[in-house]
Design a protein around this ligand. Structure first.
Ligand SMILES: [Zn+2]
Length: 351
Protein backbone atom coordinates (compact mmCIF):
# COMPACT_ATOMS: atom_id res chain seq x y z
CA UNK A 1 0.00 0.00 0.00
CA UNK A 2 1.42 3.31 -0.89
CA UNK A 3 0.88 6.89 -1.79
CA UNK A 4 1.22 7.43 -5.55
CA UNK A 5 4.56 8.88 -6.59
CA UNK A 6 4.74 12.40 -8.00
CA UNK A 7 4.85 13.12 -11.72
CA UNK A 8 8.49 14.19 -11.45
CA UNK A 9 9.43 11.05 -9.61
CA UNK A 10 7.65 8.92 -12.20
CA UNK A 11 9.59 10.54 -15.03
CA UNK A 12 12.85 10.12 -13.15
CA UNK A 13 12.11 6.50 -12.26
CA UNK A 14 11.25 5.61 -15.86
CA UNK A 15 14.35 7.29 -17.26
CA UNK A 16 16.56 5.70 -14.63
CA UNK A 17 15.21 2.34 -15.74
CA UNK A 18 16.25 3.11 -19.33
CA UNK A 19 12.83 4.02 -20.70
CA UNK A 20 12.51 6.61 -23.45
CA UNK A 21 9.79 8.98 -22.25
CA UNK A 22 7.66 11.52 -24.11
CA UNK A 23 5.71 13.89 -21.89
CA UNK A 24 2.40 14.79 -23.53
CA UNK A 25 1.29 18.34 -23.01
CA UNK A 26 -0.74 18.69 -19.80
CA UNK A 27 -0.26 15.07 -18.71
CA UNK A 28 0.67 16.02 -15.15
CA UNK A 29 -2.80 17.37 -14.44
CA UNK A 30 -4.79 15.17 -16.83
CA UNK A 31 -6.78 12.81 -14.60
CA UNK A 32 -10.17 11.73 -13.28
CA UNK A 33 -9.53 12.76 -9.68
CA UNK A 34 -12.94 14.47 -9.58
CA UNK A 35 -14.54 11.03 -9.96
CA UNK A 36 -12.82 9.27 -7.10
CA UNK A 37 -9.56 8.63 -5.32
CA UNK A 38 -6.26 7.55 -6.78
CA UNK A 39 -4.37 5.69 -4.12
CA UNK A 40 -3.42 4.02 -1.99
CA UNK A 41 -1.75 2.31 -4.94
CA UNK A 42 -0.95 -1.39 -4.88
CA UNK A 43 0.27 -2.37 -8.29
CA UNK A 44 0.78 -1.89 -12.01
CA UNK A 45 -1.69 -3.04 -14.66
CA UNK A 46 -0.77 -3.85 -18.26
CA UNK A 47 -3.22 -3.52 -21.17
CA UNK A 48 -3.31 -3.61 -24.94
CA UNK A 49 -5.14 -0.86 -26.77
CA UNK A 50 -6.86 -2.62 -29.69
CA UNK A 51 -5.67 0.20 -31.93
CA UNK A 52 -2.96 0.77 -34.48
CA UNK A 53 -0.71 3.71 -35.26
CA UNK A 54 1.12 5.51 -32.49
CA UNK A 55 -0.25 9.03 -32.90
CA UNK A 56 -3.78 7.68 -33.33
CA UNK A 57 -3.35 5.58 -30.20
CA UNK A 58 -1.94 8.45 -28.16
CA UNK A 59 -4.95 10.56 -29.13
CA UNK A 60 -7.41 7.86 -28.11
CA UNK A 61 -5.88 7.12 -24.71
CA UNK A 62 -5.61 10.84 -24.02
CA UNK A 63 -9.21 11.73 -24.92
CA UNK A 64 -10.97 8.42 -24.39
CA UNK A 65 -14.17 7.87 -26.30
CA UNK A 66 -17.94 8.01 -25.88
CA UNK A 67 -18.82 6.35 -22.60
CA UNK A 68 -15.20 6.18 -21.42
CA UNK A 69 -13.55 9.59 -21.04
CA UNK A 70 -9.76 9.89 -20.94
CA UNK A 71 -7.15 9.67 -19.72
CA UNK A 72 -7.30 5.91 -20.25
CA UNK A 73 -3.90 5.19 -18.71
CA UNK A 74 -0.83 6.76 -17.13
CA UNK A 75 1.49 5.80 -19.93
CA UNK A 76 1.06 4.46 -23.46
CA UNK A 77 3.85 2.16 -24.56
CA UNK A 78 4.28 2.43 -28.31
CA UNK A 79 5.61 -0.21 -30.70
CA UNK A 80 9.00 1.48 -30.77
CA UNK A 81 9.29 1.26 -26.99
CA UNK A 82 8.63 4.93 -26.28
CA UNK A 83 6.45 5.56 -23.24
CA UNK A 84 4.08 8.47 -23.86
CA UNK A 85 2.99 9.94 -20.54
CA UNK A 86 -0.75 10.58 -20.74
CA UNK A 87 -2.13 11.19 -17.28
CA UNK A 88 -1.20 11.51 -13.66
CA UNK A 89 -3.68 10.71 -10.92
CA UNK A 90 -6.79 8.66 -11.40
CA UNK A 91 -7.17 7.31 -14.94
CA UNK A 92 -9.85 5.20 -16.62
CA UNK A 93 -7.95 2.00 -17.32
CA UNK A 94 -8.84 -0.73 -14.86
CA UNK A 95 -12.57 -0.59 -14.23
CA UNK A 96 -14.13 -2.77 -11.56
CA UNK A 97 -12.41 -6.03 -10.80
CA UNK A 98 -11.98 -8.71 -8.23
CA UNK A 99 -11.27 -7.71 -4.62
CA UNK A 100 -9.69 -11.12 -4.01
CA UNK A 101 -7.17 -10.29 -6.73
CA UNK A 102 -6.42 -6.95 -5.08
CA UNK A 103 -5.80 -8.68 -1.75
CA UNK A 104 -3.45 -11.15 -3.46
CA UNK A 105 -1.56 -8.27 -5.10
CA UNK A 106 -1.23 -6.49 -1.77
CA UNK A 107 0.11 -9.68 -0.19
CA UNK A 108 2.22 -10.32 -3.33
CA UNK A 109 1.05 -13.92 -3.64
CA UNK A 110 -0.32 -15.98 -6.54
CA UNK A 111 -3.48 -14.54 -8.07
CA UNK A 112 -6.89 -16.19 -7.74
CA UNK A 113 -9.08 -16.20 -10.87
CA UNK A 114 -10.85 -12.90 -11.53
CA UNK A 115 -14.51 -13.79 -11.23
CA UNK A 116 -16.01 -10.76 -9.52
CA UNK A 117 -16.26 -7.08 -10.39
CA UNK A 118 -16.69 -5.61 -6.93
CA UNK A 119 -13.65 -3.33 -6.53
CA UNK A 120 -12.57 -0.07 -8.18
CA UNK A 121 -9.25 -0.74 -9.88
CA UNK A 122 -8.65 2.86 -10.97
CA UNK A 123 -7.99 3.69 -7.34
CA UNK A 124 -5.38 1.01 -6.82
CA UNK A 125 -3.38 0.55 -10.03
CA UNK A 126 -1.08 2.44 -12.31
CA UNK A 127 -1.98 1.57 -15.88
CA UNK A 128 0.08 1.15 -19.02
CA UNK A 129 -1.74 0.78 -22.32
CA UNK A 130 0.38 -0.91 -24.98
CA UNK A 131 -0.12 -0.23 -28.65
CA UNK A 132 -1.36 -3.48 -30.19
CA UNK A 133 -4.39 -4.54 -32.23
CA UNK A 134 -4.98 -7.30 -29.70
CA UNK A 135 -5.91 -9.83 -32.36
CA UNK A 136 -3.18 -12.29 -31.46
CA UNK A 137 -1.37 -11.75 -34.77
CA UNK A 138 -0.17 -8.16 -34.36
CA UNK A 139 3.48 -8.55 -33.36
CA UNK A 140 5.01 -7.25 -30.12
CA UNK A 141 8.38 -5.79 -31.13
CA UNK A 142 11.32 -6.48 -28.83
CA UNK A 143 11.72 -2.76 -28.09
CA UNK A 144 8.12 -2.58 -26.91
CA UNK A 145 8.34 -5.67 -24.69
CA UNK A 146 11.57 -4.33 -23.26
CA UNK A 147 9.89 -1.00 -22.45
CA UNK A 148 6.91 -2.74 -20.81
CA UNK A 149 9.31 -4.69 -18.63
CA UNK A 150 11.30 -1.59 -17.72
CA UNK A 151 8.25 0.61 -17.05
CA UNK A 152 6.71 -1.99 -14.74
CA UNK A 153 10.05 -2.46 -13.02
CA UNK A 154 10.44 1.30 -12.52
CA UNK A 155 7.22 1.48 -10.52
CA UNK A 156 7.97 -1.68 -8.53
CA UNK A 157 11.37 -0.30 -7.65
CA UNK A 158 9.97 3.12 -6.73
CA UNK A 159 7.49 1.52 -4.35
CA UNK A 160 9.57 -1.39 -3.12
CA UNK A 161 7.17 -3.90 -4.68
CA UNK A 162 8.05 -7.31 -6.11
CA UNK A 163 7.06 -8.45 -9.61
CA UNK A 164 3.92 -9.98 -8.04
CA UNK A 165 2.50 -6.44 -8.04
CA UNK A 166 2.38 -6.43 -11.85
CA UNK A 167 -0.84 -7.81 -13.30
CA UNK A 168 -2.69 -7.90 -16.60
CA UNK A 169 -6.13 -6.41 -17.12
CA UNK A 170 -7.38 -9.95 -17.83
CA UNK A 171 -6.22 -10.98 -14.38
CA UNK A 172 -8.29 -8.20 -12.82
CA UNK A 173 -11.61 -7.90 -14.58
CA UNK A 174 -13.82 -10.80 -15.69
CA UNK A 175 -14.24 -10.87 -19.47
CA UNK A 176 -11.04 -8.97 -20.31
CA UNK A 177 -8.47 -10.63 -22.56
CA UNK A 178 -5.66 -8.08 -22.48
CA UNK A 179 -2.79 -8.16 -22.80
CA UNK A 180 -2.69 -10.84 -25.51
CA UNK A 181 0.53 -12.00 -27.16
CA UNK A 182 2.73 -12.66 -24.14
CA UNK A 183 1.94 -14.15 -20.75
CA UNK A 184 1.93 -12.18 -17.54
CA UNK A 185 3.97 -14.95 -15.92
CA UNK A 186 6.69 -14.34 -18.49
CA UNK A 187 6.57 -10.60 -17.86
CA UNK A 188 6.71 -11.03 -14.07
CA UNK A 189 9.76 -13.29 -14.44
CA UNK A 190 11.48 -10.59 -16.47
CA UNK A 191 10.57 -7.85 -13.98
CA UNK A 192 11.69 -10.04 -11.12
CA UNK A 193 15.09 -10.62 -12.74
CA UNK A 194 15.49 -6.94 -13.53
CA UNK A 195 14.68 -5.89 -9.97
CA UNK A 196 17.65 -7.92 -8.74
CA UNK A 197 20.09 -5.53 -10.35
CA UNK A 198 20.48 -1.78 -10.28
CA UNK A 199 18.50 0.33 -12.77
CA UNK A 200 20.32 -0.05 -16.04
CA UNK A 201 19.10 2.76 -18.18
CA UNK A 202 20.98 5.92 -17.48
CA UNK A 203 18.96 8.60 -19.20
CA UNK A 204 17.48 6.29 -21.77
CA UNK A 205 18.74 6.56 -25.31
CA UNK A 206 18.94 10.17 -26.24
CA UNK A 207 19.76 11.87 -29.52
CA UNK A 208 20.17 8.59 -31.35
CA UNK A 209 23.32 7.73 -29.50
CA UNK A 210 22.28 4.16 -28.86
CA UNK A 211 20.17 2.17 -26.44
CA UNK A 212 20.94 2.52 -22.76
CA UNK A 213 23.36 5.35 -23.40
CA UNK A 214 23.24 8.42 -21.23
CA UNK A 215 24.83 10.83 -23.63
CA UNK A 216 23.19 13.32 -25.92
CA UNK A 217 24.88 14.74 -29.00
CA UNK A 218 24.21 18.46 -29.42
CA UNK A 219 22.52 19.42 -32.67
CA UNK A 220 22.51 22.75 -34.42
CA UNK A 221 20.10 25.12 -32.68
CA UNK A 222 20.12 23.23 -29.37
CA UNK A 223 20.57 25.06 -26.10
CA UNK A 224 21.00 23.44 -22.70
CA UNK A 225 17.52 24.63 -21.94
CA UNK A 226 15.97 23.07 -25.06
CA UNK A 227 17.82 19.79 -24.46
CA UNK A 228 16.66 19.81 -20.86
CA UNK A 229 13.06 20.25 -21.98
CA UNK A 230 13.39 17.52 -24.55
CA UNK A 231 14.85 15.06 -22.06
CA UNK A 232 12.84 16.18 -19.04
CA UNK A 233 15.96 17.12 -17.08
CA UNK A 234 16.57 20.53 -15.52
CA UNK A 235 19.08 22.24 -17.76
CA UNK A 236 21.14 23.27 -14.72
CA UNK A 237 21.69 19.61 -13.91
CA UNK A 238 22.97 19.10 -17.47
CA UNK A 239 25.29 22.08 -16.98
CA UNK A 240 26.59 20.69 -13.70
CA UNK A 241 27.05 17.15 -14.97
CA UNK A 242 29.11 18.45 -17.88
CA UNK A 243 30.93 21.22 -16.00
CA UNK A 244 29.51 23.82 -18.37
CA UNK A 245 29.75 27.29 -16.86
CA UNK A 246 27.97 30.58 -17.49
CA UNK A 247 27.22 31.73 -20.19
CA UNK A 248 26.44 28.03 -20.79
CA UNK A 249 27.45 27.85 -24.45
CA UNK A 250 27.34 24.48 -26.24
CA UNK A 251 28.38 23.48 -29.74
CA UNK A 252 26.83 21.11 -32.30
CA UNK A 253 28.50 17.72 -32.07
CA UNK A 254 29.39 18.16 -28.40
CA UNK A 255 28.54 15.14 -26.27
CA UNK A 256 26.42 15.90 -23.22
CA UNK A 257 26.20 13.49 -20.32
CA UNK A 258 22.62 13.13 -19.13
CA UNK A 259 22.65 12.70 -15.35
CA UNK A 260 21.17 9.44 -14.14
CA UNK A 261 20.69 10.42 -10.54
CA UNK A 262 17.30 9.61 -9.08
CA UNK A 263 15.74 12.43 -7.16
CA UNK A 264 15.88 11.66 -3.47
CA UNK A 265 13.60 14.48 -2.39
CA UNK A 266 15.20 14.54 1.04
CA UNK A 267 17.24 17.71 0.59
CA UNK A 268 16.04 20.94 2.16
CA UNK A 269 17.95 24.16 1.53
CA UNK A 270 19.46 26.10 4.45
CA UNK A 271 17.20 28.86 5.81
CA UNK A 272 17.32 32.20 4.05
CA UNK A 273 19.92 34.25 5.93
CA UNK A 274 19.38 37.69 7.39
CA UNK A 275 21.58 40.52 6.25
CA UNK A 276 22.55 39.05 2.90
CA UNK A 277 22.50 41.94 0.43
CA UNK A 278 24.61 43.25 -2.45
CA UNK A 279 27.53 45.36 -1.29
CA UNK A 280 27.16 44.27 2.33
CA UNK A 281 29.41 42.03 4.34
CA UNK A 282 27.88 38.88 5.78
CA UNK A 283 29.20 35.42 6.65
CA UNK A 284 26.33 33.99 4.56
CA UNK A 285 27.90 35.46 1.41
CA UNK A 286 30.34 32.53 1.33
CA UNK A 287 27.51 30.01 1.23
CA UNK A 288 25.92 31.94 -1.60
CA UNK A 289 29.18 32.05 -3.55
CA UNK A 290 29.75 28.35 -3.04
CA UNK A 291 26.29 27.49 -4.36
CA UNK A 292 26.87 29.84 -7.32
CA UNK A 293 30.13 28.00 -8.06
CA UNK A 294 28.49 24.61 -7.71
CA UNK A 295 25.85 25.58 -10.29
CA UNK A 296 28.33 27.10 -12.72
CA UNK A 297 27.33 30.74 -12.25
CA UNK A 298 30.48 31.87 -10.49
CA UNK A 299 33.97 30.96 -11.57
CA UNK A 300 35.75 28.48 -9.27
CA UNK A 301 38.77 30.75 -9.09
CA UNK A 302 36.88 33.54 -7.32
CA UNK A 303 37.88 33.33 -3.64
CA UNK A 304 35.11 32.87 -1.09
CA UNK A 305 34.55 36.05 0.87
CA UNK A 306 32.14 37.65 3.32
CA UNK A 307 31.82 40.48 0.84
CA UNK A 308 28.81 40.35 -1.52
CA UNK A 309 30.94 42.04 -4.14
CA UNK A 310 30.65 42.77 -7.87
CA UNK A 311 31.45 39.23 -9.06
CA UNK A 312 28.84 37.71 -6.75
CA UNK A 313 26.37 40.37 -7.82
CA UNK A 314 26.94 39.67 -11.51
CA UNK A 315 26.50 35.94 -10.94
CA UNK A 316 23.28 36.42 -8.99
CA UNK A 317 21.96 38.82 -11.62
CA UNK A 318 22.53 36.20 -14.33
CA UNK A 319 20.86 33.55 -12.24
CA UNK A 320 17.88 35.82 -11.48
CA UNK A 321 17.52 36.75 -15.13
CA UNK A 322 17.56 33.12 -16.22
CA UNK A 323 14.86 32.18 -13.73
CA UNK A 324 12.82 35.39 -13.87
CA UNK A 325 13.56 36.11 -10.24
CA UNK A 326 13.69 39.86 -9.79
CA UNK A 327 13.27 40.81 -6.15
CA UNK A 328 13.46 44.48 -7.07
CA UNK A 329 11.33 44.11 -10.18
CA UNK A 330 14.16 45.10 -12.52
CA UNK A 331 16.45 42.98 -14.68
CA UNK A 332 20.08 42.64 -13.60
CA UNK A 333 18.87 42.47 -10.03
CA UNK A 334 22.00 41.55 -8.04
CA UNK A 335 20.05 40.63 -4.88
CA UNK A 336 19.28 37.02 -4.04
CA UNK A 337 15.71 36.61 -2.81
CA UNK A 338 14.06 33.87 -0.81
CA UNK A 339 12.89 31.83 -3.79
CA UNK A 340 16.20 32.33 -5.58
CA UNK A 341 18.13 31.16 -2.51
CA UNK A 342 15.98 28.04 -2.31
CA UNK A 343 16.15 27.24 -6.01
CA UNK A 344 19.90 27.84 -6.20
CA UNK A 345 20.56 25.44 -3.33
CA UNK A 346 18.20 22.82 -4.70
CA UNK A 347 19.97 22.98 -8.04
CA UNK A 348 23.38 22.80 -6.41
CA UNK A 349 22.74 20.12 -3.81
CA UNK A 350 19.23 18.73 -4.13
CA UNK A 351 19.89 15.80 -6.46
ZN1 LIG B 1 -7.38 -3.22 -20.60
Amino acid sequence: MATPISADRLVTALRAEGVRVVERSGWRSHNRNHKGPFGPVNGVMIHHTVTSGTSNTVGIVERGYAGLPGPLCHGMIAKDGTVHLIGHGRTNHAGRGDGDVLRAVIAERALPPANEANTDGNTHFYGFECENRGDGTDPWPKAQLDAIERAATALCRAHGWSAASVIGHKEWQPGKVDPKGFTMGWLRDRVSARLKSKPSGGGGSAGGSGGGSSTYVVRSGDTLSSIGKKLGVRWELLAQANKIKAPFVIKPGQKITVPRKVSGGSYSPPPFPDGLAPGRSSPSAKGLQKALKDTGWLDRSVPLSDNYGPQTQRAVAGFNRKHNLFTTGRPNDPAIGRSGWKLLHQLAYGK
